[in-house]
Structure formats: C-alpha cells, structure tokens
Design a protein around this ligand. Structure first.
Ligand code: 5GP
Length: 185
C-alpha cells in the first residue's frame, strides 16, 4: 500500500478551514483529519474525540514528556498538539492525513517531515475575516480581539507555506486543494 501524504493545513482563526474541510471530506475519501489534543474549553458544537481530545494542562504536559506529539504549540493561552502515532497509522493505511494546525506547529512539521505538503488558507481580506469571526458567535469580544491580533502575526508565516489557497468560496477552495494533493500521482 502506498503511504499517504501528510498535509499541513493552516489558516487564520475564522478563515473557514472547518467549512472547507467538511467539503473536502465529502468530495475525497482519501482524506482523514488528525484529531488534536487541546487544553482549551470545548465549544457547544465540539464533540470529544471528534473535534479534539480535551485534556487538562497536567495531562498535556505528561503527553509532551512521553514524546506523544508530532508537534505542539501554545495558541491564545491554550496548548494544542498532534498525536503522532495516530497520524502515522493513517498514513501507513494510505490515507492523506490533514493536520489542521496553526503556524508554529506547521513549521515544526515542515522541519520534521520535509516531504509534507503545506497549505495556507487565506481570507479575501482582513475585514472579511473579522466579519466571519464575529458571525460565528462562539467567542467573546476579548477572544475575538486576541484571535485577530494573532492573525496579523501569523501573516508573517504565510511565506513558509508551499501553497496558498484563497477561501473565496468553500467548494472552489476544496477542489483546488484536492488538485494540489493528488498532483503528482
Ligand atoms: P480553535 O481553538 O479555533 O479550535 O483552534 C485554534 C488554532 O489552533 C487554530 O489555528 C487551529 O488550527 C490550531 N490547532 C488546532 N489543533 C492544533 C494542533 O494540534 N497543533 C497546533 N499547533 N495547532 C492546532
């Protein structure tokens, strides 16, 4: 069985990564999404073991010490990390595994796994991003401000990504991503 591709899939908070991912999985059954661990509090729509594995800070630190993570980072006061074993198992089964992670983690993966494909999702504009983040209605004002400030910082990292995909429309963006991941097959 041919090993699948590891895809670093990054974009600012509110850019629409989740919506595109939903379309991607409907259109392409070679795609699997890695489930991360996080110390952030679950949102109402979150499902344990599907959106994330929600863990305490102590548990997260224990997992760091056990070398359980392919990468991890702190984002807006919370830890997020990718469990390495599950990712490799899916790759060995031939799946193309997407890591929906922020830039610090993205760079760690590019360093550790140089054969990965890196994709950065961009918004039509920062005004549009703010509108989408507010429209989601899941964060309080302080969190929205933090996430917007973080988006401006993350912009500096865009250049390290091999592919930039504009999220003007979720299905169009998803089709572009599918074309990218199957390009050299
Ligand atoms: P959210 O709290 O909105 O679910 O995620 C916040 C940010 O953390 C997003 O940019 C998301 O892609 C990123 N993220 C989610 N899981 C991981 C992970 O395992 N590692 C890293 N480095 N970032 C992650």
């Amino acid at each position: 069985m041919k090993r699948g591709k590891l895809v670093v899939y990054t974009g600012y908070s509110g850019v629409g990564k989740g919506t595109i991912m939903k379309v991607l999985r409907e259109l392409d059954d070679s795609i699997k999404l890695s489930v991360s661990c996080t110390t952030r509090a679950p949102r109402p729509e979150d499902v344990e073991g599907v959106s994330y594995f929600f863990v305490t800070q102590d548990k997260f630190k224990e997992l760091i010490n056990e070398n359980a993570f392919l990468e991890y980072a702190v984002f807006c006061d919370n830890y997020y990390g990718t469990p390495e074993k599950a990712v490799d198992e899916m790759l060995e089964q031939g799946y193309n595994v997407f890591l929906e992670i922020e830039v610090q983690g993205g760079l760690q993966v590019m360093d550790k796994r140089p054969d990965c494909v890196s994709i950065f999702i961009t918004p039509p504009s920062f005004e549009e991003l703010e509108k989408r983040l507010r429209g989601r209605g899941t964060e309080d004002e302080e969190t929205i401000q933090k996430r917007l400030a973080r988006a401006l910082e993350e912009k500096e990292y865009e250049k390290y990504y091999e592919h930039k995909v504009l999220n003007d429309e979720a299905e169009r963006a998803a089709r572009e991503i599918i074309e990218i991941i199957h390009r050299d097959e």
